[in-house]
Structure formats: C-alpha cells, structure tokens
Design a binder for this molecule. Structure first.
Ligand SMILES: Cc1ncc(COP(=O)(O)O)c(C=O)c1O
Length: 388
C-alpha cells in the first residue's frame, strides 16, 4: 500500500530519525553514548510523590497546567532576577522537545526564516520544516584553542526581514559553549533591530564547569519582551522518561502558544506535582549527578587527548564532549559507523549537527567511568586500525 497518500505533505519531507536517537539494543557489549539520556535513576521519594498525588485524587483535568508546578517554575527561574507571573507566563510541556514544538507551532508560517547556529542540536530541524519554516544556518566560529563560539557577524548576515525567530541553545549542545553576556547582548540588539523573536533553549543551564556561569538572555532589557525560554527537567534531574518541561514567555506570546490546539496541558498531573517538589527539593540529587559528570569529563578529556589524531577541549557546560577527529582523515559518519560496527560504541557524528560539526564526534557521558574507560579503549583501538 502506498502510505504516502495518507500522509501530511510536510511529514514526507522530514529526515528520518537522527542517528543518536535510533533505538539500539540495551543488551550485549554495546556502549551507547549516542543520545543524551542520563544513566542516573530516580531517588525513591519521586515514586512516592507520584503515588501520593494519585492517592490524594490529583487525577483530574488541569487545563492550563497545575498551579503549584507553574508557581515553582516561576520561583526557580527568578534566580536569574527575571520577574515571572506563573499564571500568565509559564506553560508546562511534556519535555523540552514539546516546548520547542509548541513555540514553533504558535509562531512559524510557511516561508518564515528561522536562524539556527551551525552546529546545533539536530532536534530543531524537523519541527521547523514541519511548519514550513526555512532554516538559515549561522555558522559558529572555532577559536584557535578549539572552542566553538557563536559568530555574531554570521547571525547578523543571516537576519533578513523574513526572519521570525532565532534559536539559541545556551549552554550549547553539542559544542558545550556558554554564551557570554556580550554575545547575548549582540543577539538581543540584532533581534530588536530586525524585529524577530528569540527562542532560548536553556535545558543545560545547571551543568556548567570551569567556573563559568550560565547567563539568561531574558535578563537583557531589550530582549525580555521577545524571548521565549524552553526548559526541561530531563537533564537537570535525569527525568528524560518522566517528560517534564516548560516554556516561560512574555504574557502576549504565552497566550499565542496556549492557543495551539493540543487540548489539555500535556504533563500528567501527578507528575507535575512531583516535578514541583523536585524543583524545590531535588538539588542534592542534582549535585551528586553533577559531581559524577565532572569526574567523567576530567577523566575522559584527559584520556581522549592521549590518543593520536583526536583533540578534545574541556566543555564549558553540558555533559557532552565534542572532540575533533579531523586528523583521522575520514568523515564523521564513516568514523561513527566504524566505531559502532567494529567496536560496538555508539556516538553521534558531528555532521548530524550541521556542516560545521563535520570532523567531530559527540560523546554523551551517560555511563559509568568504567564503561567510559572501556569505550575510550575501543576508540583507541579504532584509531590504531585507522592508522594502518
Ligand atoms: C538542546 C536540547 N533541547 C531540547 C532537548 C529535548 O529535551 P526533552 O528530552 O526534555 O524533550 C534536548 C534533548 O536532548 C536537547 O539536547
């Protein structure tokens, strides 16, 4: 049967599932460092919170999201000094992905241009295309010491009167960079001059290293009225399967987003209640995870740099490494295919994230140090074979 006749046109134009998200068996000796799914399980109290909420009868419609969740989100984000009205500015979403999707659903008309950096999180591409948006890439620049940075000149060049939105990922997946206040001010200036919106994906805000701090673009006066913030508990508390995220937006934009006809607010109520508790009480658990990630980063950066033909900078943020493998002389997809087929290690090819990602691989540090060590042994073995 030709199924395409039943399909919405835009669906057929979308790329298939990107490699890091292709399901692979959890068994055997495969080490999966492809998707950013943290390997930490929940403290038992989370299950109790969910159970208590169900037992207390918190199982009814909350059309606009649970007030307690929205209030806690507003309190949490006010740590940046941004004033948020929970009732009119917070939209619960089932994860960061849904926060992005709903924002695009509310704003993108066919033909609208959306600026995204290159490289960038591959999850931005398909939703933009689905709504008929035109993607305009603004290449990042790579510094001499190997760090990717947003390139303001390229963002300025990418902006036209058709630009509806820029998406920034701050801190950035896959490069691990944190936008500086100067860079954010420049982006705010361009957005104001050219009159477009800023979608700021900040889901890695709590994972910063090297004494760096995440700076929120909504703290810039010029930007605040045109900034939509996409957030998620997926990484902060390893909640990838519990699906909790949210949007913070200026009142008028939030009203537009609420009009997207998906029906009822999409997070189950008991989970919203547990999420609110987690945002208040889950920080010890988060700090433990963070300590572990820090150890993993230090260890893996050091070990990778000992392998010939691989250069790895210490990320400023996130739990990804984005080493440069250009000197192996092969493309990143060939490299990742070989690494998977010959050594049973899944990592993401840099080209998945855009042209500028070519010559890199992204390693998600979502396994124990012992497993990561074994993955690096296998990478080392692959490099020895490649040299022959
Ligand atoms: C930059 C970025 N934004 C959004 C998402 C989606 O997050 P969620 O799992 O909460 O939908 C991810 C997931 O990896 C991500 O890396």
């Amino acid at each position: 049967m030709d199924i395409s006749k039943y399909a919405k046109r835009e669906i057929l134009q979308l790329a298939e599932r990107p490699t890091p998200r292709t399901p692979i068996p959890r068994t055997g000796d495969i080490i999966n460092l492809g998707a950013g799914d943290p390997d930490f399980n929940q403290p038992p109290i989370v299950a109790e919170w969910i159970k208590e909420a169900i037992e207390a009868g918190e199982t009814h419609y909350t059309f606009q999201g649970h007030p307690e969740f929205k209030k806690t989100v507003a309190e949490y984000y006010s740590k940046y000094g941004v004033k948020i009205d929970p009732e009119t500015q917070v939209i619960p979403t089932s994860g960061g992905g849904a926060a992005l999707f709903l924002t695009l659903a509310a704003t993108i008309n066919p033909g609208d241009e959306v600026i995204i950096p290159d490289p960038a999180f591959q999850g931005y591409i398909n939703p933009i295309k689905y709504f008929g948006g035109r993607i305009v890439r603004a290449k990042m620049r790579k510094t001499e010491d190997g760090y990717f940075r947003p390139n303001i000149e390229n963002i300025e060049k990418a902006a036209t009167e058709k630009t509806k939105l820029i998406i920034i990922c701050n801190p950035d997946n896959p490069t691990g960079c944190i936008y500086t206040m100067e860079e954010l001010k420049e982006i705010a200036r361009i957005a104001t001059e050219k009159d477009f919106l800023i979608l700021s994906d900040e889901i890695y805000n709590e994972f910063t290293w090297m004494g760096k701090k995440h700076t929120a673009i909504a703290t810039i006066k010029e930007a605040v009225d045109r900034t939509i913030i996409a957030m998620s508990l997926s990484k902060t508390f390893a909640w990838t399967g519990l699906r909790v995220g949210y949007i913070i937006a200026p009142k008028e934009l939030a009203e537009l987003i609420w009009r997207v006809p998906i029906g009822v607010s999409t997070i189950p109520v008991p989970i919203q209640i547990a999420a609110a508790k987690m945002l208040r009480e889950g920080w010890r658990f988060h700090e433990e995870m963070k300590r572990e990630y820090k150890k993993r980063i230090e260890h893996c950066v050091k070990r990778l740099n000992e392998i010939p033909n691989i250069k790895c900078v210490h990320p400023e943020a996130t739990f990804y490494l984005f080493p440069d493998i250009t000197e192996t002389g092969i493309k990143s997809t060939e490299y990742t295919n070989k690494l998977f087929e010959e050594e049973r290690v899944r990592v993401a090819a840099g080209s998945t994230f855009g042209e500028m990602g070519e010559g890199h691989i992204r390693i998600a540090l979502v396994a124990s140090i012992e497993k990561l060590d074994e993955a690096i042994n296998r990478i080392e073995r692959l490099h020895k074979k490649l040299k022959k």
